[in-house]
Design a protein around this ligand. Structure first.
Ligand code: C2O
Ligand code: CU
Ligand code: CU
Length: 440
């Protein structure tokens, strides 16, 4: 991405060959020809326009996940940027086609948070993200800048995802990803998982760290894989933020369950380990190589003037809900559905009012990481009981476990218009587990 002028960026989606596995070339479809794409630095109160140019062989739609974004820049699945000379054989009613470029406008009137962006094309999100169309975006603000949190080299955005590879190094996806979600069969009920874990596009990377506090912004950008992250040989994560910004106060965790689309903002104090220690970030939900995510090697002592203050922020208060609605995520014979319905663009299942809050009861038959566009929410209860410590804060994605009832309090602020909620298991999303809601 290059800044064209203040507040304006341009990024070209293109095919590129990169080295992910040693000595092999992998073709990626990347923002800026890179995987992950560039990390966008956004500042609260400074609107930006990002011009996306599509030089890929397929249409795309770019969504800023966690963004409080006007609907025409939110990456609606049928609001597509089409490459030059493209003739669509997958047209959908109501489709909007932008030839070659589109300007996405982000007002950035939201709290500091770890966001990300990725493709959101109808029926093809999973294969297109798998091929590389994703990157991170950090929103900063004065409230956060005033805190003594670790920064600079001691702040590490970590985009974690899994991929499979063919022998020649190319990404392996069922069907080559040419037929969209509808073509996936029973074998992929749980979505598509890879056997190689990548962090910022690299397998099993090492970060050299001094024996000081570091801020890790963890994102699960996998299509379908869930992780339970731990530090080995032991150690704690001090959580300072969730999907939608800083917590009111830090919370310590031994492990972090993270489902696709979720983020945790944590501080790890590497002074707890002797110099020379290799600290592994492990995933206790997987055995073998997929159980190892990355390593930190503590290389030296270091001066540390950072701190995690006991009060981090004043997040928005919990508003009083004006309505309760249920969204049931369930598999039928030929699709993944919400309230028994397959996704149909332009047919909203709910019409919340701007400036109000509602309780959304999320239920399901499987693991479904449920993501809501525009709105941020707090988890109120799981199966009628208080939520887990790791559910703290304002979020936009929550893992609904098999046969669980998760109540969230969602606030609808910022913009009127058509938005989506969906399962962030991208194969489920492509197989119709998405619904519109309209903020009125
Ligand atoms: Cu991260 Cu609608 O998606
Ligand atoms: Cu989103
Ligand atoms: Cu799902």
């Amino acid at each position: 991405a290059r800044p064209v002028s203040p507040g304006r960026y341009e990024v070209t989606q293109r095919v590129a060959a990169v080295e992910i596995l040693p000595g092999l070339r992998t073709e990626v479809w990347g923002y800026g020809g890179a995987f992950p794409g560039p990390t966008f630095e956004l500042r609260r109160g400074t609107p930006v326009t990002i011009t996306v140019r599509n030089e890929l062989p397929v249409p795309t739609s770019t969504h800023l996940h966690g963004g409080v974004t006007p609907p025409d820049s939110d990456g609606y699945p049928t609001d597509l940027v089409v490459p030059a000379g493209h003739s669509s054989h997958h047209s959908h009613p109501g489709e909007v086609l932008h030839p070659v470029t589109k300007d996405y406008r982000y007002p950035v009137e939201q709290r500091a948070a770890t966001l990300w962006y990725h493709d959101h094309r109808m029926d093809f999100t999973a294969p297109q993200v798998w091929r590389g169309l994703a990157g991170m975006a950090l929103v900063r603000d004065d409230e956060e800048d005033a805190l003594p949190l670790p920064g600079g080299e001691r702040e590490l955005p970590l985009m974690i995802c899994d991929r499979s590879f063919d022998e020649d190094g190319s990404f392996r996806y069922p069907d080559g990803g040419h037929h969209g979600g509808a073509a996936l069969d029973a074998e992929y009920l749980e979505g598509v998982e890879g056997d190689v874990i990548l962090v910022n596009g690299a397998p099993w990377p090492v970060a050299e760290v001094s024996a000081t506090r570091h801020r890790l912004r963890l994102l699960n950008a996998s299509n379908a894989r869930r992780y339970r992250l731990r530090l080995s040989p032991g150690g704690r994560f001090t959580q300072i933020g969730s999907d939608s910004g800083l917590l009111a106060a830090p919370v310590a965790h031994d492990e972090l369950p993270i489902s696709p689309g979720e983020r945790y903002d944590v501080v790890v104090d590497f002074s707890a380990y002797p110099v020379g220690t290799a600290v592994t970030l492990v995933n206790t939900l997987a055995d073998g190589p997929a159980g190892n995510v990355m390593r930190f090697v503590v290389t030296s002592r270091g001066r540390d003037d950072s701190a995690v203050p006991p009060v981090l922020s004043r997040p928005p208060d919990r508003p009083r809900p004006v309505a309760t609605r249920t969204f049931d995520f369930r598999r039928t014979d030929d699709a993944w559905t919400i309230n028994g319905l397959r996704y149909r663009p332009g047919a909203p299942l709910a019409r919340p009012r701007l400036g109000t809050a509602e309780v959304w009861r999320l239920t399901g038959d499987f693991h479904h990481p449920v993501h809501v566009h525009l709105a941020h929410f707090q988890v109120l209860a799981r199966n009628g009981r208080p939520p887990a410590a790791t559910d703290a804060g304002w979020k936009d994605t929550v893992d609904v476990r098999p046969y669980e009832v998760v109540d969230v309090l969602a606030r609808f602020d910022g913009h009127r218009g058509l938005y989506m909620l969906h399962c962030h298991n991208l194969e489920h999303e492509d197989m119709a587990m998405m619904a519109d809601f309209e903020v009125i």
